[in-house]
Write a protein that binds this ligand. Sequence first.
Ligand code: SRM
Ligand code: SF4
Length: 571
Amino acid sequence: MSQYPIKPELQVQGQLSDNERLKAESNHLRGTITTDLKNEITGGFTGDNFLLVRFHGMYQQDDRDLRAERAEQKLEPLHNVMLRARMPGGIIKPEQWLAIDEFAREHTMYGSIRLTTRQTFQFHGVFKPDIKPMHQMLNKIGIDSIATAGDVNRNVLCTSNPVESELHQQAYEWAAKISEHLLPKTRAYAEIWLGEEKVETTETEPVLGDTYLPRKFKTTVVIPPHNDVDVHANDLNFVAIAENGQLVGFNVLVGGGLAMTHGDKATYPRRAEDLGFIGLEHVLKVAEHVVTVQRDYGDRVNRKNAKTKYTIDRIGVDAFKAEVEQRVGVAFGPSRPYEFTHRGDRFGWVEGIDGKHHLTLFIENGRLLDYPGKPLKTGVAEIAKVHKGDFRMTANQNLIIAGVAAEDKAQIELLARSHGLLDNSSTQRKNSMACVSLPTCPLAMAEAERYLPTLVTHVEGILSKHGIAEDHIILRVVGCPNGCGRAMLAEAGLVGRGPGKYNLYLGGNTAGTRIPKLYLDNVAEAEILAALDSLIGRWSFERNPGECFGDFVIRVGVVAEVKVSKTDFHA
Ligand code: SRM
Ligand code: SF4
């Protein structure tokens, strides 16, 4: 039941999806998780708990490489969970890092820390007996995993490089406040994982609602001209508007999202669009009511069309905006001018305007592990032992060692270099990204993380062959059309169709403001590389000065521009 008058004509009527039942019956996300935790017969969670643990930041998984062997031995899949932490703006302190480093080493199947495309980390392969101790360890160091998955507002992103120190600090504080404001109010997490007493209260969820949101919801705070968080992948974005280096308010963009389903034309990636400018005093109320409008009008019948992007396309952006304005009690002002110019992280050292130094490390695929001759994970831990600032995870799966005093730079750099954290990867490699995919992701159709390094080597070869080895294209690979590595904002995006087969999409741009379009359907590597070879060859001698690959392929008519996703993407 909403606390606001509802317009039934704007709602989707019909049989609610089963996820709505399970949320309603979950006793505010408790289910019977506690009982399941004690069940030693299976390593997994049963019934509704399988999905409910997601609201607590965990996904039940099993290693897909081991499935057949386990089945042959008549064993159940090797159930474990993946944990995703809540880390608004991706900031983590060295002492927190050392604790997660130890947990990953001692208590996870893969021993890695995986930096994600949403500025946080994941542990993969945590077995049931270690789940509760893991949450208690995290709680001890001031980290939780509340609402990093499930039908809620997820980890709130914030432009990561703190080079414009004061503005960044202000933006970061808003990201943290928005994250807190939109958290579920249920005490289920504290009771189940931290063993806190159940207090007899009548719990309600005034913002998210007692059946939570129709679908996942994603929010960013971004400081132009860097669009490092890829705003168009997100439901709600606060674009920082500054005057004389001071934050004065935000332009609000809503309705971005990248997922689709192969063969279902009612699903498509979509850019976020502008609602207008708001002053700082309205930020939390606007965040709250973009959420409550999506809560009340999002599609709870068909989950494939449940995200904000579809709500806006169904009811119209004007109706959506009017509803938000009415609930907040304020009108959006005209959008203030701003421009996004780029997305990639700024690798190497930069000096902030406060005189502190920040070192951005390229972490291929965000996977921190000790590789032969490249002990990356140990390297970051060694840095954490001496570092006096903090670490910042970027939305491109990289890591910034932030807030280094001039006199400490040499020591940090030496540690980074001696552990392989500062190699001379090409610009192309540093601007390529893949989602996790196999072996842990249950939805993967093709390889992504494990394939990317080889694919990049081929693309490096193509660039060299055409005499432009120093140039790059924004290249992204995802194992399925959910698009976690944001291929649907790449200049060249590969989307998994089946083992070794991908769709190739072309035409995103460097600023991340355009959705690419299908160029090749369900093809293998040879065909993809042949196409890239020919197109990169043309780009190398036909491009206008400064013209990026994505702009080029549209200008010369290789693919049509996607202006309005609903009509253009599948056309
Ligand atoms: Fe994602 C589901 C990994 C960012 C869209 N995503 C999954 C799951 C949990 C698979 C599952 O449901 O069982 C993947 C776990 C793989 C594993 O083994 O770790 C997974 N998503 C990831 C991460 C780790 C990819 C990475 O390589 O970094 C990212 C974690 C983000 C985080 O820290 O919160 C991740 N996922 C994204 C993004 C990119 C972004 O948000 O910037 C998207 C596209 C943007 C969007 O939401 O439109 C994305 N993930 C999805 C979807 C499709 C949602 C939809 O609208 O239909 C799913 C499937 C679902 O929700 O049903 C999904
Ligand atoms: Fe898994 Fe697909 Fe997301 Fe890749 S894009 S992590 S394969 S859900």
